[in-house]
Design a protein around this ligand. Structure first.
Ligand SMILES: *Cc1c(COP(=O)(O)O)cnc(C)c1O
Length: 386
């Protein structure tokens, strides 16, 4: 089967030729001084993109591994955790936390809404024994954001640890680890950074290291161990095991690309593509999934599907008929997602996604004005480039 003409899915996303080339670098021994240099500079560049002075750990495995490792390293039985749930990933975090014996309280809203920071404050005032807040910055399956810029500092004010799933935001959405006081943040390379799937990038504060090192339940001598990376690699200069050499070259390259473009410019590019996509979707007669633009994530646009249209069938139809790969709802609801994430957050890519989605829906008998949608999207794009 041919690869699609356009990959406009919500991660993994399309990679630039430069990224592809970096992934094809010679495979060398991991203790070769040149690879060790690359590994260390990749950590430093990741810290810049996280906007942090904290340690960076490059966990090998999908981002879920890094998130699970974080949970296992921080949680002790009976720990009181506030978990903010506004979608599939927030809900999933609670399963791990409870499995590890934490006492979890969920502040949960509909999967098209966002948790109100004021509600978080009220909860913390009533429950001063809370020890940690877990939250998802960009709820990818719903296309919404959690306001970590307010909730992070709030957690600091109450002396709490914070654990943030920032897998689909770092590099494309504003994420200021140190300014917001985030203790542990996890991102993936295959979302806004446009890199390979299979590396989790983790930022760990000194305070979080203290908690992990004092936790007798934190994994040690394990694939899930953050502590191994702290002690063996950062303190003793030994890798816990063999790093994914090729993927590290890919990750270094995408970090270089975002830093050369400028983090602010990358964030502006994502927000410009989001504006184009939303304008087009609404003008063709579609309803946006998030309750408001204010809580919408700029890395993708989720639209509500009309009654009777199945998201997976629609995705399959669009892929086979028009060669465009979009993302379905992934459990958040009956919705479709056009991602403008990493290299696809640029120029005409959103217009391609809108045409394919609009025509795909028309093929299924939905009445839409695709032409008006494209006109409006093009007009928005033209206005941005005046
Ligand atoms: C993609 C994603 C994950 C999972 O990342 P994998 O690399 O697929 O394990 C977790 N959280 C969010 C918010 C994501 O978008």
């Amino acid at each position: 089967m041919h690869v699609p003409d356009f990959t406009l899915s919500a991660g993994p996303v399309m990679a630039t030729p430069r990224t592809q080339q970096a992934l094809g670098s010679p495979i060398i021994y991991h203790y070769d001084p040149s690879f060790m240099d690359t590994f260390r500079s990749t950590e430093r560049k990741a810290a810049e993109v996280f906007r942090t002075q904290n340690d960076i750990v490059l966990m090998q495995g999908e981002a879920i591994l890094a998130l699970e490792a974080t949970a296992r390293s921080l949680v002790t039985p009976g720990m009181k955790i506030l978990s903010l749930v506004q979608g599939v990933f927030g809900k999933g975090t609670g399963y791990w936390l409870r499995d590890l014996g934490a006492e979890v309280h969920e502040l949960e809203v509909g999967y098209h809404e966002a948790v109100d920071p004021e509600q978080v404050r009220q909860y913390l005032e009533k429950n001063p024994d809370t020890e940690m807040i877990a939250m998802v910055h960009s709820e990818t399956p719903s296309g919404t954001v959690t306001d970590c810029s307010v909730i992070g500092p709030l957690a600091r004010e109450f002396g709490l640890l914070t654990m943030v799933d920032a897998v689909s935001s770092v590099g494309g959405l504003e994420f200021a680890t140190d300014d917001w006081g985030i203790d542990v943040a996890v991102t993936g390379a295959q979302k806004c950074l446009g890199g390979p799937a299979g590396i989790g990038l983790v930022s760990v504060s000194d305070r979080a290291w203290e908690v992990m090192l004092a936790n007798p339940h934190a994994p040690r001598d394990s694939y899930l161990s953050l502590i191994d990376w702290k002690i063996k690699w950062k303190e003793e200069g030994r890798f816990p095991f063999t790093p994914s050499v090729s993927d590290i070259y890919g990750v270094e390259s995408v970090l270089d690309q975002v830093l050369e473009e400028g983090l602010e410019a990358s964030i502006a590019r994502h927000s410009a593509s989001a504006a184009v996509t939303r304008a087009g979707a609404v003008a063709m007669g579609l309803e946006l999934w998030p309750a408001s633009v204010a809580i919408s994530a700029d890395c993708l646009t989720a639209v509500r599907l009309p009654e009777g249209v199945n998201d997976v069938e629609l995705r399959t139809h669009i892929r086979s008929k028009y060669g465009v790969m979009l993302s379905s709802g992934q459990g958040a609801g009956n919705l479709m997602r056009i991602a403008h994430m990493g290299p696809s957050a640029r120029g005409l890519y959103p217009i391609v996604g809108l045409s394919a989605l609009g025509q795909g829906l028309k093929d299924m008998g939905v009445s839409l004005d695709v032409g008006s949608g494209i006109d409006e999207a093009m007009k928005t794009l033209a206005d941005q480039n005046k």
